[in-house]
Design a protein around this ligand. Structure first.
Ligand code: FDA
Length: 303
């Protein structure tokens, strides 16, 4: 059966799944609805020798008020992280700060957040969203890194353009990049759709980043083959711990996470939280029904 049809069949019943079940399924991946819950999870991760990055759930804000609420929560979080001495930075989606309706305003909001982060000796990573905003996101990152050295961005190995994007970014100064596969379902002409191609692309891009002199690389994957490749690459090229960290999502691949930490690798866990957990979970499920399979499997195995 064609993959697109399978996707449609998996997505169709989603609106009829009770909210309580979606919450149950999502709980493992979401710290909670408020900042206190997120701090609690981060504290526990720090005790387990993992750093963290918090993400205020919410994307595609459609009004200035929504972006201001999200901005204020991030500002409060940066204060709280600092006052509690947590080992935690922040990840931000530009569409949550108004990218889709006012680019200038979005850039200004990011300046406010980065200034606060700098004041608190902290760092902000700009998450990467779907391919309709890749160019705008990278443009904003380029302009912000001229003013701030505490900002990073994300590159997706699924996109065919990524090799070129990395080459251009490495040419332009301090480069802090999280490399992930990419969660959005994209058309064949701009993205690799075969999993082996996505993996091969990931390996090439990771090497390109290290060899090309990226300041710091977040190796964001739970794919055992990619983690193994990265470990070998780090060993072979004698990459200093200052230049990389593994990154994983909350609630995913805990055994591998522990193994990497035990082997002395820096590891950061992505901690999403917030009231907009339902929209986030549904969107993730709709965009990539493979996650639905993960969710269902995790319901039956809590390892
Ligand atoms: P793959 O999907 O092959 O997963 C490998 C194994 O990990 C699976 O077999 C499964 O066991 C487990 N697994 C993976 N995801 C799981 C899940 N959600 N639930 C349960 N088990 C799961 N994407 C993006 O487009 N923009 C971004 O900014 C980010 N940011 C980001 C930050 C961090 C820290 C991580 C780890 C990931 C992202 N992503 C992202 C998501 C990323 O693009 C990708 O969709 C997921 O990491 C899944 O890809 P893997 O490389 O883990 O491989």
């Amino acid at each position: 059966m064609p993959i697109k049809l399978i996707h449609r069949l998996l997505i169709a019943p989603l609106p009829y799944v009770p909210r309580s079940l979606i919450w149950q399924l999502s709980q493992r991946y979401i710290a909670g609805t408020d900042l206190e819950a997120a701090y609690g999870v981060v504290k526990q991760l720090n005790l387990e020798h993992c750093s963290a990055t918090i993400d205020v759930l919410g994307e595609d804000c459609t009004s200035v008020e929504q972006t201001e609420t999200a901005r204020d929560l991030y500002l409060e979080a940066l204060d709280g992280i600092n006052s509690q001495s947590l080992n935690c930075n922040a990840s931000v989606k530009l569409s949550e700060m108004g990218l889709r309706f006012d680019i200038d305003r979005c850039t200004e909001v990011m300046r406010t957040l980065l200034a606060k982060a700098r004041e608190k000796s902290n760092f902000i990573r700009i998450d990467m969203e779907d391919s309709s905003v890749t160019t705008a996101t990278l443009d904003i990152y380029r302009s912000l890194r001229k003013e701030f050295d505490n900002v990073g961005v994300v590159i997706q190995s699924t996109l065919r353009r990524s090799e070129q994007d990395i080459a251009e970014l490495l040419d332009g100064g301090t480069t802090n990049i999280r490399l992930c596969k990419g969660i959005y379902v994209e058309p064949d002409d701009i993205a690799f759709t075969n999993p082996d191609e996505v993996r091969l692309s990931y390996c090439k891009l990771l090497e390109q980043l290290f060899v090309g002199g990226a300041t710091r690389v977040g190796i964001a994957t739970h794919d055992p083959k990619l983690v193994q490749f990265a470990e070998q690459l780090i060993e072979r090229r004698k990459i200093d711990k200052e230049r990389y960290e593994f990154q994983m999502l909350l609630g995913v691949a805990r055994t591998m996470r522990t193994r990497l930490v035990d082997h002395g690798h820096p590891l950061r866990v992505y901690v999403p939280f917030g009231h907009r957990w339902y929209d986030y979970s549904m969107r993730r499920l709709r965009e990539n029904p493979q996650i639905a399979a993960h969710l269902v499997r995790n319901l039956f195995s809590r390892g």
